[in-house]
Design a protein around this ligand. Sequence first.
Ligand code: ATP
Length: 427
Amino acid sequence: MWIGIDDTDSPAGMCTTYLGAVLVRRLAQAGLRVVGARLVRLNPNVIHKTRGNAAIAIEADGDPETVFALATACVEELAEFGDEKTNPGVAVASVRPPPDFYYAALRDYCTVDEAVGVLEAAGALYRGYKNRRGLIGATAAISSDFPDLTYELLAYRKRPAWGTHRQVDAASLFRAEERTYPHTWDTVDRENGVVVGVPHTPDPVLFGIRGESPAWVKEARSFVRSEEPACEQVYTTNQGTDAHLVPGSAATLREGRSYLVVGTVAEIAATGAGGHVTFLLKDCGVDLRCMAYEPTKGFRGVVRALVPGDVVAAAGSYKGGSLNLEKLGVARLADAVRIRPPVCPACGKRMTSAGTGKGYKCRVCGERSREPETEALERRIRPGWYEVPPTARRHLARPLVRGVPAWEENVLQHGRGCDASPTTSIK
Ligand code: ATP
């Protein structure tokens, strides 16, 4: 059977994954066989989320009534009921519901009534607390389908330590990454010299290690020196898979969904207040503003290196009328040239424009020329994929170290790019 739980935490504490880890242990203590535990990330743009919009699903064998009683007791004991935004949901189904609801919750928006409809159709036992919103995540979790998956080992703190400074040796985390990369990733951000896998929020998580298999995350974990954890749980997860992305075109993007859009760079990037970098992408005549926020650090350099005419695929969430970049694929680079008045062949001074359509004139000796000087500029980037650094990566975003899925490569190579121009002139 499948057990789904969501919406148990608040900014002040708790974490649904911790509650899942506790429940896994209680199920085992009750003599039930736990087959697996999933950490299911859902639409990263939902406004109700506390942090990373995670729900959990546990697969177990046993009597559904017993399991439901254990799961609801766990939620009633541990969830942050005092916070008005905490609205837990618990669902237990003997038959896994079809994955449609999971995909809707991952890529779109759902309602509690829709979740209840799925649970009723599956004959599930379920309970929603307060406004019952957590039933959406709980239902999505038990309906989840992972055609691609990764793993995360989560270590949790002992209760007296909650809310205090975490004792995790940063050097040991860097060592863990060095020894196990590329089989694990995002424990630290080596380029920016920061630890990524240790949260700063007052929840029970001590640290997390992400990787391609349970064996590799455990191997990385063996290097980590820290305060003694209360328990550790390895979750199967859709993190790092790009499961939230769908192919999109600029004309039809919908707010709060995440896309991969191919288009032609229409404008050189501009750096705004706070260091946020933005450029305009044109997709068959429709403009799309793309944003690389300051926390994306060196990735902004890639964005600044684009010139009009480049054909690129932009991945990210569409929010407030712009696409917030997670990754960029460069399909074709335009030939960038600088066009300026020629140097006077007679006196060696640079000529100036003689007026629209009238060529150039030397203001010193009066010589005239029709042709400008054209200089090919060296491009600072190459075709290929570029990503934000680990410190700015979203949970669902697939790191390039895992490779690029065939569908994304296909979108990049065969995308429309219908506004492409082979040459662009830079002032
Ligand atoms: P937690 O650790 O408690 O899961 P979180 O950051 O994952 O924290 P939640 O507190 O679970 O966020 O809040 C997310 C809420 O949004 C949940 O009630 C969940 O059921 C709901 N939700 C998730 N995905 C969607 C969606 N696609 N449409 C509508 N509601 C959603």
